[in-house]
Each structure stands twice: as structure tokens, then as C-alpha cells.
Design a protein around this ligand. Sequence first.
Ligand code: ADP
Ligand code: MG
Length: 155
Amino acid sequence: MYQLKTHSPEETMNFSEQFAHYLQAGDVLTLSGDLGAGKTIFTKGLAKGLGIHEMVNSPTFTIVKEYTSGQLPLYHMDVYRISDEEDIGLEDYIEGDGVSVIEWAENIPSWLPDDVLSIDIKRISEHERMITCTAHGSRSERINEEISKHERTSH
Ligand code: ADP
Ligand code: MG
């Protein structure tokens, strides 16, 4: 597990921008947190770090948004309205050649790979957020190690 407290939206974005540099095709991140926690801010930073220049916003009405202008495709999914029994072709993204960021991933447990990195954002105060990254396998453990090493040496 890796935890970081941020004190502004910019700090959260900087963190996820750096985070992006340690990702590779096939990595799956789940993103949780209340409305206004900073999930979209986090995803914007991630997209920036991947070199994506398209405008990133919440995917709520589209289920999947694909951003392909960077080094790796980014698939931003919001499966709030999807149930595990439905087959809407999510595995094409999740097992695809990009990075998947999934909001409300708890709705689709059987479509997820075992090795996901769960990112949870909690609002502590108006400008403070606790970001908790929990690994569920060796690949996501590796990402956590890289980002914690990066954070230790960059400040
Ligand atoms: P979500 O997608 O989780 O609903 P957003 O990313 O859209 O949340 O919004 C987060 C809001 O919280 C933004 O208005 C942002 O300016 C504000 N905010 C304040 N402090 C932080 C912080 N440390 N990290 C991220 N967002 C923050
Ligand atoms: Mg959002």
C-alpha cells in the first residue's frame, strides 16, 4: 500500500502525472472516492503524464472514453450503471493495449483482472486529500514501489 496526502488539486495532478510514467499497456487502475474527491483531477494528471492532449472529463454518460493521442491509449471507464452480468465488451479495453482507469469497478468484479491497483481518494478538508494506492498482485505492487521511490527522491 502507498499513501500520499496532497494539499491542492495541482499537487494531486502532479502526483498522477508522475504516476503515469510507471504505467504500461495492460495496467488496470480502479479509482474510488466520493463526488468531489478528485477522481477526475487524478485522471487528468494521468492523461497529461501519458502525453495525452485531448480534454479529459468525467465519462459518466458514455461508460468508456478513449484517449489515444499519447504514448499509450487511456481508457477511462465509469461503470456506475453497468452490472456484472452484462457483456458490453469491456474486456476489449481491459485486456487491450492501453491503461484502463475504472470508476465503480466494484460493479464488475468478474470483468476485472486479479492484478489491479486500487486508488482511493478521501477528502480530509477543503484542500487536503488522502490518496491510497493498494496493490492486488505483483505488477501493481511494482507500480507502487516505483512511485514511492519516485516520491521519496523527488522532494
Ligand atoms: P470527482 O471526479 O471525484 O467527483 P473532481 O476531480 O471532479 O472530483 O473534483 C475535485 C474537486 O476538489 C475540484 O473542484 C478540485 O479543485 C477540488 N480539490 C481541492 N483540493 C484538492 C486536492 N488536494 N486534490 C484534488 N482535488 C482537490
Ligand atoms: Mg469525476
